[in-house]
Design a protein around this ligand. Structure first.
Ligand code: MEV
Length: 452
């Protein structure tokens, strides 16, 4: 029973967009008229573009803006990129751009992709006594999984990808009667989620059909229960390696710290993230600031990338840093190994106008190249964060970028913002200091206005 004071509705998704908005604002908005104006103010003036956005998800009523910035001067494998980034966090683009500039004159980012395999599973329960019988049955029908999905995999095979392998895995040691079909895929330049899931659903149907007619199993073992068929977003076989390096003496900061001391402190900070999960989570969060911004701007699935990166950060048994640093023969080396399952075709990559623009300014990279660009953004972000943390502290740069947010919250005018930003040029920004500066300026302006 739904309490009748609840503002619930049946068949909401079937209403027109206008009716949805009407229902929403009349039931939930404090000021329906103001809410309607707000919602409409975010509609695209081009109705075609708006329709495109409306159809990305269900129940779209408007658009949600994120700032879209660019970080230029990224030298990656000898080529300079201007990287698009979509994020709400004040200092992320600035930090990436700063690191890009730093490494532009020190050899740039060098990156490689070792493999691009993705996995998916049919998870099922089988109550048979002897798992060897199930393995014999599987080997006997294995080819049918390839043949039975040939029409789904045709296009992918034509592009050089498809199903790489299928194995049966006995998981009964971790859960009674639990087995899985584990398939490995090459999805070329697409992230491949839809492709993999379609293939897995067909695998499950083939498995159910074949077990019901097999002569290789006792009669009472000729059935199984399919629990689910789904790709895995954990992609430890889809790893990008990215690094920066240069002679230690070139890592000069400023007169307050020598290059040697800076590098030593930097490496110790990375070591702490390697051994202390509380620090590792924040350290990796900073890496994901860079990675997610590019992943969003290029129309990829940042939740999948996040989930995989954090799982990979634990692959040695405890949660640890995704980046590492060392000095060898007088050379400082800072690197990341991170799983990135990205696509440059499919999904919204060929639909969203700004996503298409992101790909355009990156030179329309293939998936492999995009993986390398994204890894470089992650490493750059982490470099800038640690560089600040072990020297000036993070708040100096962060609050400087955040100052405009504070002033916007206070509804400062453009002229007031200009004056206050200028006054903080050589001062540490804090919320209170910004409010003080603002009230002082307004007060002075009022006094001046009253006098005139
Ligand atoms: C803030 O979004 C990210 C940092 O905390 C990352 C870090 O501490 O390494 C600055």
């Amino acid at each position: 029973m739904i309490p009748n004071n609840m503002k619930s509705i049946k068949g909401f998704s079937k209403l027109t967009k206008e009716a949805k908005i009407e229902w929403l604002i009349s039931n939930y908005a404090d000021d329906p008229e103001k809410a309607l104006a707000l919602i409409k103010s975010y509609w695209n003036t081009d109705s075609g573009v708006q329709k495109l956005h409306d159809e990305f998800i269900e129940n779209t009523i408007t658009n949600f803006y994120l700032p879209y910035g660019v970080a230029p001067n990224f030298l990656i494998n000898g080529k300079v990129y201007c990287i698009p980034m979509a994020t709400e966090e004040s200092s992320v683009v600035a930090a990436c751009a700063k690191a890009a500039n730093y490494w532009l004159t020190r050899g740039g980012f060098k990156t490689t992709v070792t493999d691009m395999s993705k996995r998916g599973h049919v998870h099922f329960l089988w109550e048979g006594k002897n798992s060897a019988d199930l393995f014999a049955f599987f080997e006997n029908i294995k080819q049918k999984f390839f043949d039975g999905t040939a029409s789904i995999t045709k296009n992918m095979r034509a592009r050089g990808g498809g199903i790489k392998d299928i194995i049966l895995v006995d998981k009964t040691a971790v859960k009674e009667n639990y087995y899985q079909l584990r398939a490995t895929f090459d999805t070329c330049d697409s992230m491949g989620a839809n492709f993999i899931n379609s293939v897995l659903e067909e695998f499950a149907a083939i498995l159910e059909q074949e077990i019901s007619i097999t002569t290789l199993l006792p009669k009472d073992e000729m059935q199984l229960e399919i629990i689910m068929r789904i790709l895995s977003n954990y992609t430890p076989d889809c790893i990008v390696h990215c690094e920066v390096s240069c002679p230690v003496e070139e890592m000069n900061e400023d007169s307050t710290i020598s290059a040697e001391d800076f590098v030593k402190k930097f490496i110790t900070a990375v070591n702490i993230a390697e051994v202390e999960p509380y620090r590792a989570v924040t350290h990796n969060k900073g890496i994901m600031n860079g990675i997610d911004s590019v992943v969003v701007a290029t129309g990829n699935d940042f939740r999948a990338v996040e989930a995989s990166a954090h799982a990979y950060a634990s692959h040695k048994g405890t949660y640890s840093s995704l980046t590492h640093a060392e000095i060898k023969d007088g050379i400082f080396r800072f690197y990341i190994d991170v799983p990135l399952a990205l696509g440059t075709v499919g999904g919204i990559t060929n639909l969203h106008p700004l996503v298409k623009f992101s790909h355009e300014i990156l030179g329309n990279p293939n998936a492999k190249e995009l993986m390398m660009i994204v890894a470089a953004a992650g490493l750059a972000q982490n470099f800038s964060a640690i560089r600040s943390l072990v020297t000036t502290g993070i708040q100096k740069g962060h609050m400087k970028m955040h100052l405009l947010n504070i002033l916007n919250q206070l509804e400062a005018t453009e002229n007031e913002k200009k004056q206050i930003v200028e006054s903080f040029k050589n001062k540490t920004v804090s919320y209170n200091a910004a409010v003080d500066a603002f009230t002082k300026l307004r007060g002075e302006a009022n006094i001046k206005n009253n006098k005139s």
